[in-house]
Design a protein around this ligand. Sequence first.
Ligand code: SAM
Length: 270
Amino acid sequence: MLTFTEFMSESVGITFKVAKVLCTSESKYQKIEVFENEAFGKVLALDGKIQASELDEFLYHEMLTHVPLAAHRSPKSVLIIGGGDGGCIREALKHGVSVKLVEIDEEVVSVCKENFGIDGGALDDASVEIVFMDAFDFLKGCEERFDVILVDATDPIGEAEKLFSEDFYRTAFERLNDDGVFVTQSGSPVHQPDVLRKALSGTSKFFPIVRIYVAPVPSYLGLWSFVVGSKKYEPETPRNVSVPAKFYDEEMHAVAFKLAKLVKIFVGLD
Ligand code: SAM
């Protein structure tokens, strides 16, 4: 029996039975795998870490995208960092905003288009600009300002480590408009509490308003956390947005922040 195991921490992991391998390739940056599992459907993994599954990717992508976009009262421009599977682009386009994606690995995008398909065509949307380069280098040299910056990056290892650094948070703060909103995925609060602590302390150095929210993502072993930094708007208060979504709505927006109480207990935050 072929299996795929990811350890989320030194002591806990998740194992998938592989029904079929759809793609295995080695890019300049990482090993890219797509396989099929009976329960989760197609699963994308990078360097042995699960990135998204057909069954539950909507939970992660809807919550990562709609929460900051709803917190901003009139977003027009969104920068997505990482996100080569296209899930966040798909959701962001529902807001009628201009979308730019900066992904370091062109091969992730081509593998996802051919073998994964969760973007629903969003990766080919003519209105989306995709830039293939290191997102921190992009931000440092960028003269544009954005309403929302959304970090859909891999865990803080290798090329993604810098996307959790104080320097990066400062640069993201500077590239946002005066009422801009920033969000980053911040790992499993139960299995990777240090990732959340780092994102929280880094964003808190620059953003006047910082909040944590969570979403259930079964393929990530339960709860997933997000840190949102805002220059002006209270992120817990959504404007009246009704985007077509499977899970996200105003009620879930509020629940996501309320459940952060649980995260604080696990991570030991005040
Ligand atoms: N939901 C995901 C997870 O499991 O955390 C993230 C998915 S998305 C596929 C992550 C993307 O971030 C990858 O395609 C990876 O190539 C990209 N990435 C990592 N480091 C980056 C960097 N420094 N600049 C731009 N993109 C980066």
